[in-house]
Design a protein around this ligand. Structure first.
Ligand code: G3P
Length: 219
């Protein structure tokens, strides 16, 4: 499963890039607003750091305007993926951009029917929002399962990009179901490696080794 960071925090992205595990970035208008910076500066900065897909969202709702903004965003860098909302206008713009080999991430997906339409419109990624479905009391993971089944039934190439991730169980369950990508807030990404038994075991190993008085020579 590919792991993307859901962030516009360039310093945080740079730090976590050192793990070698950051396969891409997703942004959205709210995250862009939180950055307090010019969107072009943020996107160019991220694309200079990350070779993988970097999603940048349009901020209009009519298909022709979406198409024009999508072309502008795609021109910022070769790895920009245009984010379009899962609406009929977004589907029309998606098809037009896909026909020009511009990659699209269809976002704000909350149903398997929406995901089906996005695949038929030529989306490269579909972003089902797990956490926001959980917030309603429903189970967001069920949507990932449904989309996986629909896409496998028809060999759709659109990749499932599990989004609105709120905890490490969302990541595990998305991987168990077979999502192609999960996009994580940087803090959740950092939590993936943590386990108290690993810490406890390592401490014991090092204590026992120290008691031997030996050293392993380093070149
Ligand atoms: O960026 C898309 C998605 O990951 C947003 O997540 O936490 O705002 O629902 P959230």
């Amino acid at each position: 499963m590919k792991i993307f960071l859901d962030s516009t925090d360039i310093d945080y992205i740079m730090r976590l890039r050192a793990t070698g595990m950051v396969d891409g970035i997703t942004t959205n208008p709210s995250l862009m607003a939180q950055s307090g910076k010019d969107f072009g500066e943020v996107l160019r900065g991220i694309c200079a750091l990350i070779e993988g897909p970097v999603s940048a969202e349009v901020v209009v709702t009519e298909s022709e305007e979406m198409y024009k903004q999508g072309r502008h965003l795609a021109d910022l860098a070769g790895n920009i993926v245009v984010k379009l909302p899962c609406t009929w206008e977004g589907m029309i713009a998606c098809r037009k951009l896909a026909n020009e080999n511009i990659k699209v991430n269809v976002t704000l997906c909350f149903s398997a029917n929406q995901a089906l339409l996005a695949a038929k419109a030529g989306a490269t990624f579909i972003s089902p929002f797990i956490g926001r479905i959980d917030d309603t009391g429903a189970d967001g993971m069920e949507l990932i399962e449904e989309i996986r089944a629909v896409y496998d039934n028809y060999d759709f190439e659109t990749e499932i990009l599990a989004a609105s991730i709120r905890n490490i169980d969302h990541v595990k369950n998305a991987a168990l179901i077979g999502a192609d990508v999960a996009t994580l807030p940087p803090k959740i990404f950092e939590e993936l490696i943590e386990h108290p038994l690993t810490d406890k075991g390592l401490e014991k190993f090092l204590q026992d080794w120290k008691a031997t008085g030996q050293k392993i020579p380093v070149p």
